[in-house]
Design a protein around this ligand. Sequence first.
Ligand SMILES: Nc1ncnc2c1ncn2[C@@H]1O[C@H](COP(=O)(O)OP(=O)(O)O)[C@@H](O)[C@H]1O
Ligand SMILES: [Mg+2]
Length: 260
Amino acid sequence: MSSARGTASEAAGGAASGDGGARTERLSKVYGTGPTAVRALDGVSVTLPGGRFTAIMGPSGAGKSTLMHCVAGLDAPTSGRVFVGGVDLGALPDAKLTRMRRERIGFVFQAFNLLPTLTARDNVLLPTTLAGTRPDQQWFDTVVRTLGLGDRLGHRPAELSGGQQQRVALARALITRPEIVFADEPTGNLDSRTGAEVLALLRRSVDDLGQTVAMVTHDPAAAAHADSVIYLADGRIVDVMDAPTPDRVLDRMRSLGGAA
Ligand SMILES: Nc1ncnc2c1ncn2[C@@H]1O[C@H](COP(=O)(O)OP(=O)(O)O)[C@@H](O)[C@H]1O
Ligand SMILES: [Mg+2]
């Protein structure tokens, strides 16, 4: 329970510039006002450590997506702070926040979200195209090789299987060497074998490429690929598990009352 908070407080004390990954301090998010207000996040202090793979679990409505969106700079918290790679997102002017999102934060969505008219290569390179920067050819080759996409680069998404499309989406997320990659149910649209491949590649992006990954999932087997699992309920962190296994995750979900 206390391990991630311990890490969070160490990071808060260390707060060195360039500390990898992301962290939050007493993050709260309230949607709406008055009697219908919803407190989606209620004082969440958590570290998503650099070079590690963290899974986020919890019942529907627990605040998982809100947490991701706030840490990714897509949504502004009501109070509290978010640091990505040591940078306080709340202190950034809009233009810098947009650049930060584009260049230092990667996303992988359940629905892949590739551009249908672009080849796999151009989809992967899209973040650098948008940023007007030159892609690092060596890194591009490394990512493409690691994800096994070498012979698919000329294909459009419609010519790729679901698993291949998700590998392209993962490559696109990795191409800028972001501080952190967020994956929201990345295997939700894949069959279990293809899903397992994508999870193994997320794992590899952490182990071989040194990336930081935070993944929302409902699936204990998916969560077991992570280094640790954060459990959210009612906008709070209710538990943290290191070295998860599918059985331990399932047990914990049952004891926390979260539906699988
Ligand atoms: N844009 C929004 N406006 C109002 N309420 C919202 C909005 N987004 C999420 N919520 C509410 O915030 C709570 C947490 O939602 P969410 O973060 O999507 O949970 P999860 O991803 O864990 O299912 C829920 O009660 C949800 O209804
Ligand atoms: Mg959600």
